[in-house]
Design a protein around this ligand. Sequence first.
Ligand code: APR
Length: 252
Amino acid sequence: MTDSATLDRLAERLRSAHAVTVMTGAGISAESGVPTFRGTGGLWRSYSATDLATPEAFVRDPRLVWQWYRWRRGIIGGAEPNPGHLVLARLEARMPAFTLITQNVDGLHQRAGSTHVVELHGNIWRARCVRGCGVVRDAAGEAPGDGPAGEQDPVPVCSCGALMRPDVVWFGEALDQSRIDLAVQAAKGCQVFMAIGTSALVYPAAGLPLVAANAGAVVVEINVDSTPLTPHAGLVLKAKAAEVLPALESRL
Ligand code: APR
């Protein structure tokens, strides 16, 4: 099937759907200039996940971990939502029931106008106390004076005295159960499930399209490459999200 025929079929499915669930990964933000994790130019090609994105890495070298997250925040802070994010925000507004699940921590969906976003892997703009005192805005954790005077790249400290950490899910950590529950419910209850820009390798997120398929939804993959999900998807659009989503919207 050509992309155009697939888009027509998908538009038809969306028009008749009551509930639509979308799950995004790093690929949706690629055209905003935010690096993905895997594939050409992916972060895990140049950096070691075990040095930067595990609880052990933070215990070993919290300053290095914070440096890396500050660097990423610099890139994300200079990025803008792209047409793919914007179409998803408008889809939310026009569908009777719409859930946007994202593995991304960049906050670009919210900046595009999406309001109901299930952030499975947290958000890079927040920091939280390692001791569990509750979430605080990252900006507070970054305020001058939080590190010893004059210190370069200070590690933010909570008012309780414990270190602050980025409020993201690291390898080896459990996801927030209430977010998983919301995501599973949305996967089970939709007629169309779109997996956009994810390598479909990291669980539990990678299992959600299969949950949706087992519950009878048509699973749609939008990705520039094939993934382990591709053979299970009912409709496949091998294309850039920021290009194909506007083409889809124009058919609705
Ligand atoms: N449009 C659509 N898909 C794209 C685009 C694009 N413009 N550019 C890249 N892709 C696809 C790639 O082909 C790849 O399959 O996006 C996917 C990105 O995969 P990953 O980098 O593995 O990102 P993701 O699936 O979100 O990773 C999951 O792993 O380390 C982590 O916690 C991190 O949330 C992340 C998780």
